[in-house]
Structures are given as C-alpha cells and as structure tokens.
Ligand binder design. Structure first.
Ligand code: HEC
Length: 188
C-alpha cells in the first residue's frame, strides 16, 4: 500500500514538474539562456581561424562576460556561466546550481544526450522568490582545444591558461561531457 501511494505521489510530482516546465516564464528563460552560446561560438570560431586556440583565449576571457552582461541588460535576467570544475575563479556554482550540475553529470553518464538538459524552478532565497533556470553546456569538438585532456592542448594554450588562470580546473573534458551551464535568474 505504501509503495502504491509512493508511486502515485511520484507520478503526480513528475506531472507537476512537467506542467511547470511549460509555463510562459520557462519558455522565456529557455530563450534567454540559449541566445548567448551561439553568439559566443561564432566569435570563438572566427578567432580560432585567425590565431588558433591560444589567440582565442583572451576573447573568451573578455567577450563571454561582456555578452552575458549585454544579454542581462537586454532581458532583465541575471546571466552567468558556472562549472563544477571552474576556470574563472568566479564561476563557482551555488548550492542550487551545484545540485543541477550534478544531476546533469549523472544523466550524461547514464547515456542521455545532453543538449536539452535543463532545470527550471521557483526558489525562495532570503524571503525573495526567484525564477531560476539552468541549461547544460556540453563539450563539443571545438571546446577540446581549451578544455580537453593534456594531449589536446598545445603548449601555447597551456602556457596562456596557466598565466591567466593559475587555479584553472577547466581541462580534462571529453566529447559529450558537461562542461558547465548557463544559469539565469530573476526576482518575481
Ligand atoms: C579558445 C579557448 C576556449 C574554447 C575553444 C572554449 N573555451 Fe570555455 N573557457 C575558456 C576560457 C578562457 C574561460 C574563462 C573565461 C572567463 O574568464 O570568464 C572559459 C570558461 C568557460 C565556462 C565558464 C565556467 C568556467 O569554468 O569558468 C564554460 C561553461 C565554458 N568555458 C564552456 C565552453 C564550451 C562548452 C566550449 C565549446 C563549445 C568552450 N568553453 C570552448 C576558453 C575556451
């Protein structure tokens, strides 16, 4: 009996989660979170074509935060990138983000395809309710030159990373891993 009740409650819980995922704010959050990565990817591609991966590191350092800032101002959402193994010392996830990233990692390890890994929830923080949304950033071929294992990084890239990010933990990834996530939030 207990087991049946548990099953029923789990099913209702799953349906509620599904319903919440289809609300208008989640649609909006998804749009905002997916607007930045393609723009960054284009700049990265252009810079790598011009000056190799080492030439593009500076671009990533300056352009990524700039783009997030511009998108924040345009959309009204606070936007940033986080990772469980962060390169930028500020890209440390908070507890909610950490739980989401760990879930994304579990799902990727279980063989699910990461492009659509997302989490959306209304979270109360210090008396204020926030709409929070996160979307995984999977490792693609182009990422490996700066986030891959040692044999994928040129000496020039290694030297530049070491100089700019002495505490860098953002290497050693392989295709399909979750590098981190776009994370956005807005007070209600
Ligand atoms: C040219 C080198 C380069 C390439 C290629 C690159 N990155 Fe990065 N990545 C960086 C640098 C440098 C930073 C730190 C940026 C900063 O200071 O905010 C970074 C930071 C990040 C972060 C923020 C979290 C953290 O660790 O600081 C994520 C997430 C990320 N990269 C994902 C990716 C993904 C996914 C790809 C492939 C689509 C990719 N990167 C390709 C150089 C690169």
């Amino acid at each position: 009996m207990k087991r049946v009740l548990c099953l029923v409650l789990t099913t209702i819980g799953a349906q509620l989660a599904l319903a919440q995922n289809n609300t208008a704010w989640v649609e909006e959050a998804r749009k905002v979170a997916t607007s930045v990565p393609p723009k960054l990817l284009k700049v990265l591609n252009d810079e790598i074509a011009k000056g190799g991966h080492e030439g593009a590191i500076g671009v990533c350092r300056e352009k990524a935060p700039q783009m997030a800032k511009a998108a924040s101002e345009e959309s009204g959402w606070m936007i940033r990138r986080v990772s469980l193994k962060n390169r930028n010392p500020k890209a440390v996830p908070d507890a909610w983000e950490r739980a989401a990233l760990e879930e994304f990692d579990r799902r990727a390890a279980a063989g699910e395809k990461p492009p659509t890994f997302e989490k959306a929830e209304v979270v109360n923080e210090g008396g204020t309710s926030f709409r929070r949304y996160m979307r995984a950033l999977p490792v693609q071929e182009i990422c490996l030159g700066c986030h891959g294992p040692a044999d994928k990084l040129t000496d020039a890239v290694k030297a530049k990373l070491k100089a700019s990010y002495p505490e860098d933990r953002g290497t050693g990834y392989k295709l399909g891993d979750i590098r981190g996530a776009m994370t956005i939030k807005k007070a209600m």
